[in-house]
Design a protein. Structure first.
Length: 277
């Protein structure tokens, strides 16, 4: 790896870290904590659905199967202020078989989304629109059961981009319901990718750099995560049910990868009010 290449990728990484820091709100001061309360909406969800996996570093085949996720979704509001912080954790396990059912591909991934959004309340407070920026961190791996050489692929990336949410409150049978649509699309980021035919031993042990730090944009990594949900009361609890669509794909160093997920989501909603004294 040449000095110029090191400097170029260090500058890209520094810019991404600065963007991530800008999108992540700073901690509140002690005086603010004393004067303000927080309204927190926490949703614990699981999802199960269909997945289509491809990783040409491991195999040219596409693998189809199921995707299971545990999702923790938390939004913090400050009464009287228009800004909110959203933190979402995804724990994702996906597995699929090839068309001949002679091999399988397994993926494990942890994703952390941190968003800072501005809220607009319309229609007498029934319609809530949020728009802002998010930072997305991903770490995990993919394993191919048929490969002896290079059986696994590392997933490591950081991306920033816009995010938006629309929520509509309404009543049905004198009960409160909330219909929500949320989306996030990465705009620019950095991901680790080996080159075609390059092993991880060459990258990490021998230091053979072949443009393994790849800048991602909508041109080489068009991706989208969105969710349509309905919150409704059930006995003494509030439930959430809906659809999760996650389209993640990238093309780098003559390699392609994608994970297309369509899943059913179900979970519990908790509305909390925290007062700092």
């Amino acid at each position: 790896m040449t000095n110029n290449a090191r400097k170029r990728h260090l500058s890209i990484l520094s810019a991404l870290l600065l963007m991530a820091a800008w999108l992540t709100p700073t901690p509140m001061s002690a005086q603010e904590l004393t004067d303000n309360s927080k309204e927190v909406v926490n949703v614990q969800m699981v999802s199960l659905g269909y997945v289509n996996l491809l990783d040409t570093y491991l195999s040219p085949e596409k693998y189809t199967g199921f995707d299971f996720r545990y999702i923790s979704h938390t939004t913090r509001y400050t009464p009287g202020k228009h800004w909110a912080r959203r933190i979402v954790h995804y724990g994702d396990i996906a597995t699929g078989n090839d068309r001949n059912e002679k091999g399988s591909l397994m993926q494990g991934l942890y994703t952390l989304d941190i968003a800072f959004v501005r809220q607009y309340d319309l229609m007498g407070g029934r319609l809530h629109l949020q728009a802002g920026g998010m930072t997305d961190f991903n770490i995990g791996g993919v394993y191919n059961s048929r490969n002896q050489n290079n059986p696994a692929q590392l997933r490591l990336s950081m991306q920033v981009g816009p995010t938006a949410t629309a929520r509509y409150d309404f009543s049905l049978f004198r009960k409160p319901f909330t219909l929500s649509y949320e989306l996030a699309a990465p705009l620019i980021g950095l991901m680790l990718s080996p080159n075609y035919g390059q092993s991880y031993y060459e990258i990490f042990s021998r230091g053979n750099y072949e443009h393994n730090a790849v800048v991602t944009t909508p041109f080489n990594s068009p991706s989208l995560r969105h969710m349509l949900t309905l919150d409704f009361p059930l006995w003494h609890a509030h439930m959430r049910i809906g659809y999760l669509g996650d389209i993640q794909q990238a093309k780098a160093n003559n390699l392609k990868q994608h994970a297309y997920t369509h899943a059913l989501v179900i979970g519990f909603v908790r509305n909390l009010k925290i007062t700092y004294k």
